[in-house]
Design a protein around this ligand. Sequence first.
Ligand code: NZQ
Ligand code: ZN
Length: 390
Amino acid sequence: MLGNFSYHNPTKLYFGEDALNYLKDELQNYGPKVLLNYGSGSVKRNGIYDRVVAILREAGKTVVENPGVMSNPTLEKLNEGVKTARENDIDLILALGGGSVCDYSKAVAASVFCEGDYWDLYWLKQQNPPRGQRLLPVGCILTMAGTGSEMNAGTVITDAGHTLKMGHVFDDRLMPKFSILNPRFTMTVPENQMKAGIYDIMNHIMEQYFSDFDDNTSDYLSEGLMRSLIVSSRIAVKNPQDYEARSNIMWTATWALNTLIGLGKHQDWMVHMIGHSVGAWTHAPHGYTLAAVSMAYYRRAMKEGLPKFVRFAVNVWGVSGEGLSDVQIAEKGLEALKAWMQEIGLPLTIGELGATADMIDGITETTVVYPAGYLNLTKEDVKDILKESL
Ligand code: NZQ
Ligand code: ZN
């Protein structure tokens, strides 16, 4: 382990079927006005909204509702939430939904007291709010497993007008103060979103795992998480109502991106950069955009990061190296990854997501490119990856 790092994760988690019981206690730590952000109606249909509102009322809170936070939340919707929070003197932002609602809530929390153009400062210029700027506290009640947004400071916002999807990872002041994770709440997630979430989790781990060559505890943790995910995903795809599998997936999602397994590592994230751009153009579920570009990307990365890809094949997929060259072992690992993706029912091309050849230039243009993982891609390389993924 060669890197230097500091570690602090202030998010308090409540996990399991009883997790929502703790909301009442948490609410006591904040003032009376709660901005309740939620999505396009799933929480009303499955009854979680009613349960949460009843707890808020019982706790004597004034609830300001902000529904309609869409999947892949937009800048326009962010502006609306900031305005609502400013007008209502909010004390706590409560996110009720998936990663989109959690991300969005952190974005509002960061922006309410920003004196400048928050989109320009935080997402385009990648700055953090200055020390001393007030930030609203955020609590999450998570209804979908995938992003890890419940225990990180990430926020991904789409400027639909410019077909630009930009992520910013704030510092730990923007991590949720608490998150409530009841795997039972994820049971109503549509099958395609469950599968997208599963690949999002896998790819978060891979983005951190495929960097550097030193012996790092984080990589052993990553291998364990990937193996758990592979087992649970196979069960959940056959029987989405399997609580044990769904709870393992939810917990794996949190650990896949709560900063722990990236410690002391350079990390990659180029699959996410390309995936975000594909998402801005196709509006496809986030995890699907990652799946669709992964094989073309990792075939390239394998050449530069061969020892780690050999390790991935053997330790994650159980490939036997007997009589094979390193390249052959690594290739078998990627074949196993692809076979698992097919078994789960994930898209392997961006064409399946609605991308067409005439979009390739535009998707390339809006992809953020930097040296990462084992590669130092140019825009031309990104274009080739997209063409191969079509
Ligand atoms: O809007 P509603 O009606 O709630 O429906 C949602 C949405 O349509 C539905 N859903 C969620 N929970 C449900 C449910 N439907 C039925 N029952 C439930 N219990 O699922 C759909 C997708 O939800 P969304 O929140 O968009 O999905 P996800 O959790 O995958 O979040 C995606 C967003 O997170 C960003 C992505 O880019 C994307 O914008 N990411 C955030 C990250 C972070 N904070 O670190 C990292 C990720 O890499 C990712 O980029
Ligand atoms: Zn992701």
